[in-house]
Write a protein that binds this ligand. Structure first.
Ligand SMILES: Cc1ncc(COP(=O)(O)O)c(C=O)c1O
Length: 375
């Protein structure tokens, strides 16, 4: 049976430990344990007193309740997973089989695409259009959705381009799914990373009954090392995914679940969102300045959210060649446009400490100018 590897994650796992500056990870500078606990002695004591037995397999009642509140759902709609990565994988495993048709948004984080291909499905993409500020091409969506379409997968806000869907665009996606009875998989890991507003991107939850929303602590909350994510779905699909979860991982870690309860408690949640938005807004301002000083070598359609910039370079090289040169000559890892299904772009993470970001952007600049000169 043929197997499609997850090229982006393979790129990161092969190279991220080999460079001095990693701008390929897709979140913010991570939150430290002391920072998460706000150095509160009682919280530290509670953590130290945690008994390390198996946690509740689908997530503690408290945590399921906190996640439900983030999506305005009910606790029975929630399954806690090992990151959004597991949530996406077991959702596809529950819904998609050989011969099914799946539609994905591109450019995009290609996990659902790869899982669907590996399940034997046919996959078509509908584009976010670079000539229209990366708005979704809804006519193209209508053209690719057909009676066999089992699943339409979108990421909102989008990785890598940072588009936030409008209400009208969300309604059009729901209408396209409803027309053929397809499921919607809405990967919402970047909710809470808005650049221009403090208004949290609306969830797809409760717009349409065949919806699965996926989230995690890795992006807006700055806690990727906890490996804690979730899916929110109708109870029958939660059950189906839970059966796959038992095979794949049994549960996430006990400490991760404990710390997730802290992270999503309203006061901490707001503190973390503010911390990470501050990093993202400062990082994007620096990145914008850097692009403006590139003498036309680089350009960008401004993103609306995420800690990511999908930067267009005006050079005659493939994105993998450029990313490899940056790695080998500049000691900086970025992701290549090819990892997201589109050439002539690099995905550069900017939600990082300003000094770290500035040094890395300086190295990228030097290598790009060498490439432009043909040296
Ligand atoms: C859109 C999207 N979904 C899911 C994931 C996986 O995230 P997690 O760390 O929660 O497994 C990522 C990670 O980059 C992502 O960008």
């Amino acid at each position: 049976m043929s197997f499609t590897p997850f090229a982006l994650e393979e790129w990161q796992s092969r190279h991220e430990q080999t460079v001095t500056h990693d701008l390929a990870d897709s979140g913010c500078h991570p939150v430290g344990l002391g920072e998460l606990l706000d150095d509160d002695p009682e919280a530290i004591q509670r953590l130290l007193a945690t008994a390390l037995h198996y946690p509740p397999v689908g997530g503690s009642d408290t945590l399921r309740g906190l996640i439900a509140a983030w999506h305005t759902a009910a606790p029975r709609n929630v399954l806690v997973t090992v990151g959004a990565a597991e949530a996406n994988a077991i959702t596809v495993a529950s819904l998609v089989g050989p011969g099914d048709h799946v539609v994905v948004m591109e450019p995009g984080y290609r996990q659902v695409r790869g899982c669907a291909l590996n399940a034997g499905a046919d996959v078509d993409a509908f584009p976010l259009d670079p000539d229209r500020h990366w708005r979704p091409d809804l006519d193209a969506l209508d053209r690719v959705v057909r009676p066999e379409t089992k699943l339409i997968a979108i990421t909102n806000p989008n990785n890598p381009v940072g588009t936030i869907l409008t209400e009208t665009e969300m309604e059009a996606i729901v209408a396209a799914a409803d027309r053929v009875g397809a499921w919607i998989l809405a990967d919402e890991v970047y909710r809470g990373t808005e650049l221009l507003t403090d208004h949290i991107t609306p969830s797809f939850w409760s717009r349409y009954e065949k919806t699965v929303c996926v989230g995690s602590l890795s992006k807006a909350f700055g806690l990727p090392g906890l490996r804690l994510g979730w899916l929110v779905a109708p109870p029958a699909l939660v059950d189906a995914a839970w059966r796959r979860h038992e095979y794949a991982t049994i549960s996430t870690g006990k400490l991760s679940m404990h710390l997730a309860e802290t992270a999503l408690a309203p006061a901490t949640r707001d503190r973390l969102l503010t911390r990470n938005r501050t990093l993202i807004r400062e990082g994007y301002t620096r990145l914008q300045r850097w692009i403006a000083a590139s003498d036309g070598l680089l350009s960008i359609v401004p993103p609306e959210a995420t800690a990511l910039a999908f930067v267009r370079y005006h050079l005659d090289h493939t994105s993998l060649d450029v990313a490899n040169a940056l790695r080998a000559r500049g000691n900086v890892l970025v992701s290549a446009g090819a990892h997201f299904g589109i050439e002539n772009h690099l995905r550069i993470t900017h939600g990082l400490k300003p000094d770290y970001l500035d040094v890395a952007l300086g190295s990228i600049d030097r290598v790009l100018k060498e490439l432009a000169k043909g040296t």
